[in-house]
Design a protein around this ligand. Structure first.
Ligand SMILES: [Zn+2]
Length: 240
């Protein structure tokens, strides 16, 4: 015995088949394309993100607070920073370079001499705030943070402070100087520290690998999400 569908059900089935045939034909037309141009493919946004940054070159009678970088050298450092951040398709565009006097240099000097404990608040107090590029990125450059760190990101301002000398006192603009600044800018894109890896991650501090410039896929995603807001990360406390 065979099951026979009543006529109305068969008609409905034929109509459905007809609709599906039309839909599939339309899909084939779209996906094969014709003379109307390339097929639009919806993919995740992978365009380059440009971020404006104002560079503040600090001067002081206390030599470690006085950067010796010229404007050309700043461009050289940022060129290397951009090469590192190319893996995330993020590019820093220098809006302007200002020369400003550091504040509260006596307290900063006392910290570097070891006469008072290291304090993020005191270190932040050396940064003049009158000319911040509020809403975009601000980077302050000094000569040295002594052995404390290569740089510090202050989400509360928000601004990055970076030294041209690394904590060992070396001046290698396209290596340590650029890597430290690229690291601080990683904090400005919401990235926290990660443990040392053999490949050398940009956000791993104090690891033996010399070439610590890599980012994982999830770091790239997180950094791009922050970059696409158009503003630096402003949550939490200071990060070295
Ligand atoms: Zn850090």
């Amino acid at each position: 015995m065979t099951t026979r569908h009543p006529p109305t059900t068969r008609r409905r089935a034929r109509r459905l088949l007809h609709v599906w045939t039309l839909a599939i034909s339309a899909l084939v037309l779209v996906s094969c394309g014709d003379d109307s141009g390339p097929v639009e493919i919806v993919a995740p946004d992978r365009s380059e993100v440009g971020l404006r940054v104002r560079v503040h070159l600090l001067s002081s009678e206390f030599a470690p607070l006085s950067t010796e970088l010229t404007e050309d050298e700043v461009a050289t450092v940022f060129s290397r920073v951009n090469a590192i951040w190319q893996q995330a398709l993020i590019r820093w565009e220098i809006e302007s370079i200002l020369r400003e006097d550091a504040l509260n240099s006596d307290a900063f000097a006392a910290i570097l001499r070891g006469d008072r404990p290291v304090s993020d608040d005191v270190i932040a107090s050396v940064l003049p705030r009158e000319n911040l590029l509020t809403g975009d990125w601000d980077v302050f450059l000094i000569l040295s943070l002594g052995g404390i760190a290569g740089g510090i990101y202050f989400p509360g301002i928000p601004a990055a402070l970076s030294a041209e000398l690394d904590p060992e006192g070396r001046r290698e603009l396209t290596r340590a100087t650029a890597r430290i600044l690229a690291h601080e800018l990683g904090h400005s894109l919401s990235l926290p520290h990660v443990p040392c890896t053999a490949a050398g991650n940009l956000m791993s501090p104090g690891c033996p690998a010399a070439d610590r410039t890599r980012l994982t896929d999830s770091q790239v995603e997180a950094a791009r999400q922050q970059a696409l807001t158009g503003h630096p990360y402003s949550g939490g406390g200071a990060l070295e």
